[in-house]
Ligand binder design. Sequence first.
Ligand code: FO1
Length: 319
Amino acid sequence: MIHVVALAGGVGGAKLVDGLAQLLPPENLTVIVNTGDDFDHLGLKICPDLDTVCYTLAGLANPASGWGRQEESWNALGVLKALGGPDWFNLGDRDLGLHLERTRRLQAGQPLSQVTADFCRAMGVKHPVLPMSDQPVPTRVFTSQGELAFQEYFVHRQCQPEVNGFRFDNVQAAQPAPGALKALAGADVVVFCPSNPWVSIDPILAVPGMRQAVGERPVVAVSPIIGGQTVKGPAAKMYAELGITPSALAVALHYRSLLAGFVFDNLDESLAGSIEEAGMRTCVTDTLMVVPDDRKRLAGEVIQFCQSLVENTGPDKGK
Ligand code: FO1
């Protein structure tokens, strides 16, 4: 059975990770998660993508939003609001409990990767989930309304300001989290989940050493864009604002130099020729994950595609 390292951001990425985790045992799947979205809020350290992946794998995620927890209550937020505090970022009571404990541990000097591993164990998550780095690498968004912190852009301003670039603060001083490079070196294939290329996958690749380690393995990306639109989030809007027509082809070209294979939706079948011309193999299928069973089905197709790439190209580059 193949060894996979999956790179993931938030909700879309977490769904595919969940499917992969249903088919691959913990020793065959490691997940590396974007932490560029992390921020300090109300004195707490919030790690939205890490939490989304962990809650999803634990079966605790809110099925409606994809982020936060199921069976959530909002008493603390209600009190905060009544007192005139900042209530634009929705933190539920159960979720807050996790943020309190993570913040306490980080302040006591534990690295984020250790805290995440401990929380995964406590929540029954068996597959290794690693933050991209233990050092904070906050994403900054350059917009028509000035430079914004990521969650200020994403949640507070609801992705409305026009985007013209990104910066991953502090990235040169960051290192891949312990275990990340080793997992990549042992992987038969790296899967880029259907996450935002600009602000979910690029920050992971920007951590020094990560792009090179990924580039030494065959890489398969799953498109987060279907029919020119993003399933969730601002990826398509970002492409358009950056002057690139949003499409599965645009995503394939975004990663081009890294990719051995690209998985995209039946709706975009007509792009197959152009994507293959860019030098990668293609897998055209139903990539929309609506109901829980879709995750396992798509993950099965991705694994099969990865296996065929690895078998046909030998143990080397897969290209
Ligand atoms: N996304 C929202 O659109 N609105 C929110 O109020 C919100 C709160 C929130 C709380 C905890 C958490 O882990 C995630 C949360 N998210 C919220 C999602 C998150 O900010 C974004 O989806 C990611 O950063 C992008 O991947």
